[in-house]
Write a new protein. Structure first.
Length: 309
């Protein structure tokens, strides 16, 4: 691999330990040490990226400029789907200089190499998760980003290792609907669902929940309930929609990175219902929305992220 600072991230180093695949670093300015990687990167740059909406390297196509696609914005999930579709539908079925596709070339190989990583779908889900430490609650379960998580398996673990014990948890950066917990004794992993309304947590990203908590903190709520989070989420969604119509590209890009959707449903039965109040104030202007989101970045919620009540 290349030797930039981002390749020394803790998450990447933890990944190589889990896969038992130690990394080696290439010499600077020597692409010949990783010819296969450089060749694929060239194909990706010349044949895949130009298919992206808004691709503007080199000459921009006139129809793209006319339709405004040279300023198109893609979310991370949309970009991943585009890459996956290109690999499966185009790259694996496109003949190379020898007239064979990568699939045909592999099938004709006398001794095809086994997969580099022999892992399950569950392993792949855990690999993309962010490791953190959290403390078990005396009342049961875990409280992470003001969301409650619990299951029978987690309760059995709590009774075995004790209340208030620290455990390692793994968060999916794009979906807080469930977390993975590591048994400190056996090192086995198991999933724990979120107890909140799944209409709120389904495909809710860590970034989005952090922004919601920041907005709730700005409103003076130190330990916001799920009803408070619903209200903050709807207010944040209104601000994001306003920013999407901003004339500045960087503001629209920031809005698409958050891209939280409002909730038009109430929390589940048994919880205090949150009823959005109609505001008599005029609709938030784009400049106001931009200012408010900028203010959120200055609010410290480090004590909220793993706080136990």
């Amino acid at each position: 691999m290349d030797n930039p600072p981002q390749n020394h991230a803790d998450q990447l180093l933890a990944l190589q330990v889990k896969l038992n695949m130690p990394m080696s670093w290439a010499k600077p300015y020597t692409p010949t040490e990783k010819t296969c990687v450089e060749h694929f990167n060239h194909i990706l740059k010349t044949k895949c990226l130009p298919r992206l909406p808004g691709w503007s390297s080199g000459e921009v196509r006139n129809d793209s400029v006319k339709n405004g696609m040279h300023q198109a914005i893609l979310t991370a999930s949309q970009f991943r789907r585009h890459i996956a579709h290109w690999i499966v539908e185009v790259y694996l079925n496109e003949p190379g200089s020898d007239g064979l596709t990568p699939l045909q070339r592999r099938a004709q190989s006398p001794n095809p190499a086994p997969p580099v990583m022999n892992i399950t779908h569950t392993d792949l889900q855990i690999l993309r998760m962010i490791p953190k430490e959290a403390r078990l609650r005396e009342s049961g379960g875990l409280l992470i980003l003001q969301l409650r998580y619990n299951s029978d398996q987690l309760e059995r673990l709590r009774r075995r290792i004790g209340r208030n014990a620290l455990v390692k948890v793994f968060l999916d950066p794009d979906d807080l609907g469930r977390i993975a917990v590591e048994d400190p004794g056996t090192k086995a992993m198991f999933f724990v669902p979120c107890l909140e309304d799944e209409r709120y947590t389904s495909f809710l990203s860590v970034k989005q929940q952090q922004q919601i908590l920041k907005l709730a903190r700005e409103r003076g709520l130190r330990n916001p309930s799920i009803e408070d989070c619903v209200g903050a989420r709807n207010q944040l969604a209104e601000m994001v929609e306003s920013m999407k119509r901003n004339t500045k590209l960087r503001v629209r890009q920031r809005a698409h990175r958050i891209d939280v959707q409002p909730m038009s449903v109430l929390p589940p039965t048994g919880a205090a219902a949150y009823v959005p109040q109609e505001s008599a104030e005029p609709k938030i202007l784009m400049t106001d929305a931009e200012y408010q989101l900028a203010q959120l970045d200055s609010i410290d919620i480090s004590d909220l992220e793993w706080e136990v009540r």
